[in-house]
Design a protein around this ligand. Structure first.
Ligand code: SRM
Ligand code: SF4
Length: 567
């Protein structure tokens, strides 16, 4: 059988239809035809198999335990309580009894089998949420700061993100035909794709909207970023950043993480035009031959930042204004209740690695279902895999608090270290086909082992940013962690140190391919030094740099945001 390149599969897919209908109808296997495993990504789903069962199934001469991950498109991670209840029912009926909040403010369902895929997609669609373009070489879920405070300006930023998300949707009816039984009409399979064309983008593309002083979206890890400039409560525009990205491959210097460049300022009404100019520049200039060099960050490095900015301005038909000063204070979430300017209350809950399930002593899925039953505001997923119960009137706080407490949804806040609360971990095993080591499942073990060390050095409340990824693709944005573990092999990780806590400086490889005991032995003396020598309010990563423990990484291009941009 010939293996087609992703570029061929896209152009021959009949605008994202491929042979999906045939693949889904084939009763002899739980898998799709090979090319359709690419096509289905554009519908927000990945074919996976349960890696815990691989060896046993092989021994039994069975095909792998094929199953599907489904990812929602939820710009800014906002869902209503009604939608929550339906998504919860889908998780319980079709997937593995869990909802997973991703690092881009979406939900993922895991473990859906092929013969229930269509029913699951239909059920998701019935919540008025879709999964279109949640994966694939297109614009992905647009992130928005989960800022609960400045209600009016935040709503405006959220509005621009939703508009942009819609603007960049593929124009194909394939999703509606395949999953929702929409009738084929003349021109099906040949729709105009004014932005993407027939081969879509060379690679995935990511956009985030940040609202300083919080950089929870890690705006500089995105291909395109908008940093809101708010004056006296009103949104006046956005600083624009381009060329961020995390993904890399072990031992391949051609690939590297990169923080974005801030290239100028636009007014709100210029957002769509500038974003279209950026996306079409990447569409036409991006590398379509070497896929691992196809992200926009490499397009910028290969063509030069100045040339790319000039092309973007020429496509947009206007020049960017000079960037305005901005200041980020941190990239984490702040937990507990805060009151917004509209006097409503917002409660940020800490959820380990974003996984919402019922576990012994921690019935989080049930608890959030009960909260959704009484809550009249909205839920906001944060880019740190946490959840905000947003828009609660004063009179309802007590009731929400009681439900939070009785379902141990406050366990993360009551116990554990600040490091554990701020930590991110990607999904990794058993579902991710690319995982080299554990991440989500390892997070509680690892933070539990760090706890006595932090305790010993009086660092229990130090908000050190830990991020674990099961491989170098960097789904937990590990290269922006003050401490990061990047999976190399089962039980072995690269230890990266020294990013800042504002999402503005990449970390550096400190020890390669080490196991847990070596990681703990390495961190212990560094914690001791940090505890004894840090300056007031100095972050762990900043301390490691000041004290010369780490230097900036040797990547060929952009590794930190220049300080002069700080307000
Ligand atoms: Fe990711 C691939 C999970 C955010 C960089 N990512 C994958 C896949 C689909 C594995 C695959 O290709 O077979 C993972 C599915 C695992 C599973 O079982 O669910 C996966 N990525 C995730 C999520 C669920 C991690 C999480 O724990 O929350 C995040 C879903 C986000 C969403 O809702 O859209 C997720 N992935 C990210 C991020 C963070 C971000 O976007 O802010 C990154 C780094 C930023 C970036 O894109 O540069 C990221 N994922 C990657 C890459 C490397 C891309 C690259 O440029 O090299 C891959 C591999 C690939 O694309 O070939 C990947
Ligand atoms: Fe999978 Fe690697 Fe992403 Fe983790 S970082 S979810 S292991 S692709």
């Amino acid at each position: 059988m010939t293996t087609h390149s992703v570029e061929d599969i896209k152009s021959e897919s009949k605008r994202l239809r491929g042979a999906l209908l045939d693949s889904l109808a084939d009763p002899l296997t739980g898998a799709l035809r090979e090319d359709d495993t690419t096509v289905i990504k554009y519908h927000g789903s990945y074919q996976q198999d349960d890696r815990d069962l691989r060896d046993e199934r092989r021994r039994q001469k069975l095909e792998p335990a094929f199953q599907f991950m489904i990812r929602t498109r939820t710009p800014g991670g906002v869902v209503t309580p009604q939608q929550w209840l339906k998504l919860d029912a889908i998780a319980t009926r079709y997937s593995n009894h869990s909802l997973r909040i991703t690092t881009r403010q979406a939900f993922q369902f895991h473990g859906v089998i092929k013969r229930e895929l269509k029913a699951t997609m239909q059920a998701i669609n019935a919540t008025l949420i879709d999964t279109l373009a949640a994966c694939g070489d297109v614009n992905r879920n647009v992130m928005v700061a989960a800022n609960p405070l400045e209600s009016a300006a935040h709503a405006e930023v959220q509005d621009w993100a939703a508009k942009l998300s819609k603007h960049f949707l593929p124009n194909s009816r394939a999703y509606y035909e395949i999953w929702l039984d929409e009738e084929l009409v003349a021109g099906s399979g040949e729709e105009e794709e004014p932005i993407y064309g027939s081969t879509y983008l060379p690679r995935k593309f990511k956009v985030a909207f940040a609202v300083p002083p919080v950089n929870d979206v890690d705006v500089f890890a995105n291909d395109l970023g908008f940093i809101a400039v708010i004056e006296e409560g009103a949104l006046v525009g956005f600083n624009v950043s381009i060329g961020g990205g995390m993904g890399a491959s072990h031992g391949d210097a051609e690939t590297y993480p990169r923080v974005a460049n801030v290239i100028g300022f636009v007014a709100p009404e210029q957002v769509i035009a500038i974003a279209t100019a950026v996306v079409t520049t990447q569409r036409d200039r991006g590398n379509r031959v070497v896929r691992k060099r196809a992200r926009f960050k490499y397009t910028i490095d290969d063509h030069g930042l100045d040339a790319i900015v000039a092309e973007i301005e020429s496509r947009a038909g206007f020049s960017l204004s000079p960037a305005r000063a901005f200041r980020f204070e941190h990239s984490g979430d702040r937990y507990g209740w805060v009151q917004g300017e509209d006097s409503r209350w917002h409660l940020t809950l800490n959820l380990s690695a974003g996984r919402i399930a019922d576990r012994p002593g921690a019935p989080h899925l049930t608890g959030l279902r009960e909260i959704a039953n009484v809550h009249r505001g909205e839920f906001r997923m944060t880019p740190n895999q946490n959840l905000v119960i947003a828009g609660v009137p004063d009179s309802e706080r007590k009731r929400i608090d009681a439900l939070v407490h009785s379902h141990a949804l406050d366990a993360g806040l009551r116990n554990g270290t600040a490091l554990a609360r701020a930590a991110l971990a990607c999904v990794a095993l058993p579902t991710c086909g690319l995982a080299m080591a554990e991440a989500e499942r390892y997070l509680p073990d690892f933070t539990g082992k760090l706890e006595p060390l932090l305790e010993k050095h009086g660092l229990r409340d130090a908000p050190i940013l830990l991020r674990i990824s099961g491989c170098p693709n960097g789904c937990s944005r590990p290269y922006l962690g003050e401490i990061a573990l990047v999976g190399k092999a089962p039980g072995r990780y690269n230890l990266m140190l020294g990013a800042d806590h504002r999402g503005q400086r990449l970390n550096t490889l400190y020890r390669e391919n080490i196991a847990e005991n070596e990681i703990l032995d390495t961190l212990d003396p560094l914690f001791a030094r940090y505890a004894g020598e840090r300056e007031a309010d100095e972050g762990f990563g900043d301390f490691l740099h000041r004290s010369g423990v780490v230097a900036l990484p040797a990547y060929p291009t952009h590794r930190q945001i220049p300080l002069e941009l700080h307000a």
